[in-house]
Design a protein around this ligand. Structure first.
Ligand code: DUC
Ligand code: ZN
Ligand code: ZN
Length: 480
């Protein structure tokens, strides 16, 4: 290719809306130096010495990445216990954007007894006019009635809600094995992707009762009540059910080696089983639930963080392809607040503490710094895990998740040398803590574009609430 060549599908315009010039572009497969020409919100040219743009961005010395796709985050999701999430569709996506994410896929959660259609309408109302970046919805199916299985879910899948999460635990959410088989069969018929939260509910409730009887109710006992064996058993069972139905499945928020072995073994047998993990399983351990007073409640999430060996296993799984997706599982509850972790006060049993930790803004910097920066994963793997693979699995690719002619210009100019000490006061979520306070990372977004428009530049929010669009998801690409 000569220096003057421009690669594009049609004729190259005389003037682009935007040219991002001289950056090092990283995709899931390649790293190369090129200019990016953008017109009407889309990438229309990749090449050397592209003609002028109305706006020019000098990205020399910087990486240019496809915007992150955070395919597991919870915003404004009510819980049966009356707790309230700290982030809604305004603060959640804004915080995501500051961390280099340009697409979020939170959940529209069906309450038991509620129609799935009503749940979707409810979440659209919650999100309307708020998000600064594009968003889609996964469904959460908690009540697979004949009406849901026979009509609502098939219709919704065809309308752009092509993935849904199911649970094996939590009384207000869980399905039994028979119900799981029914929804998996429906997923197979309709070509949807099922995400599963895999922990054995009876093991957890039996252990919880025993711990409570012994007065062991401090936050640290949350980990003891939800051991890796409970996750391994449910993962094995979930995979078995998917195998019976012959349908793909993605196991979400995998915490360590035991569950990973089940996924790896299934994949080795040729099953379309996928794995997702999250920052908390790389950076936290059960010791983080064993802090002074009630502070350990900040790190209560499920499955819980395990130990150093599990962290190492998860790093290996990211490098060796056991995991396809790295999401935040941002589930934001304020700590010092009776809407959040202190819902039932400071002496509440761990079983009454809302589950979940924040992380939508720190997901990419943490993985980049400790993964790419320390040589544990390649830059291409980083892009695949955080952007391309979730876009593919959830039917948004190639519009999202890559840098290619025709893709949305959702891009991040990434300063791979910027050193940042993570401090909650600098983050943009509405949570009063970050689990990663004081972590030193190298690499941070400098400019974040959505559809060619600047969302965040040098730490300033430029986009307005409502600039983000709702995305209909297409057919999951399960050939990963
Ligand atoms: N566990 C979940 O299953 N969802 C949200 C947060 C958590 O800890
Ligand atoms: Zn879950
Ligand atoms: Zn979750």
């Amino acid at each position: 290719m000569s220096d003057e060549t421009e690669i594009s599908t049609g004729q190259t315009p005389d003037q682009f809306d935007l040219v991002i010039r001289g950056g090092r572009i990283a995709t899931a497969s390649d790293v190369f130096d090129a200019d990016i020409g953008i017109l009407d919100g889309r990438i229309v040219a990749l090449g050397q010495a592209l003609s002028k743009g109305l706006r020019e961005v000098d990205a020399r010395g910087k990486l240019v990445l496809p915007g992150g796709v955070d395919a597991h985050c919870h915003f404004d999701q009510p819980s049966a216990d009356g707790s309230r999430m700290a982030d809604d569709f305004d603060s959640g996506p804004r915080s995501a954007a500051f961390g280099g994410t340009t697409t979020v896929i939170p959940f529209a959660c069906q309450q038991k007894g509620q129609s799935l259609r009503a749940a979707v309408e409810d979440y659209h109302a919650r999100a309307k006019g708020k998000s600064v970046i594009d968003y889609a919805f996964h469904l959460i199916v908690t009540d697979p009635t004949a009406q849901v299985i026979g009509q609502e879910l098939p219709a919704l899948i065809r309308e752009g809600y092509s993935s849904f999460k199911i649970y094996t635990t939590y009384d207000d959410l869980k399905l039994d094995d028979r119900q799981i088989l029914e929804v998996l069969a429906l997923a197979r018929r309709e070509g949807a992707l099922t995400m599963i939260h895999a922990e054995n509910s009876d093991i957890i409730s039996w252990l919880t009762e025993a711990l409570e009887q012994d007065g062991k109710t401090a936050p640290r006992f949350h980990s003891a009540a939800r051991p890796a064996v409970a996750e391994r058993e449910a993962t094995h069972r979930a995979i078995s059910l998917a195998e019976i139905v012959d349908v793909p499945m993605l196991v979400v928020h995998v915490s360590g080696g035991e569950a990973m072995e089940q996924i790896a073994a299934a994949r080795a047998r040729g099953l379309r089983v996928f794995g997702e993990t999250c920052p908390q399983y790389l950076f936290l351990t059960a010791d983080d639930l064993d802090l002074r007073g009630f502070e350990g409640a900040k790190h209560i999430c499920s499955p819980p963080p395990r130990d150093r060996a599990s962290q190492e296993s998860v790093w290996h799984g990211l490098a060796n392809g056991t995991f396809q997706v790295f999401s935040s599982d941002h589930a934001p509850f304020r700590y010092d607040d009776t809407t959040g972790k202190k819902l039932r006060g400071e002496n509440a049993s761990f079983m009454h503490v809302p589950n979940g930790i924040p992380g939508v803004e720190t997901r990419l910097p943490l993985l980049f710094s400790e993964g790419v920066g320390k040589g544990r994963i390649s830059l291409q793997q980083f892009v695949a895990l955080t952007s391309t693979n979730p876009a593919r699995l959830y039917g948004l690719y190639p519009r999202k998740g890559t840098i290619a002619v025709g893709a949305d210009a959702d891009l991040v100019v990434w300063d791979s040398t910027r050193e940042v000490t993570i401090q909650n006061e600098d983050l943009h979520h509405n949570v009063d803590y970050t689990p990663y306070e004081g972590y030193e990372v190298t690499g941070w977004p400098q400019i974040v574009f959505s559809g060619g428009n600047v969302v965040v530049e040098n730490g300033e929010l430029i986009a307005k609430a409502g600039d983000g669009k709702f995305l209909e998801c297409g057919t999951p690409d399960i050939l990963l």
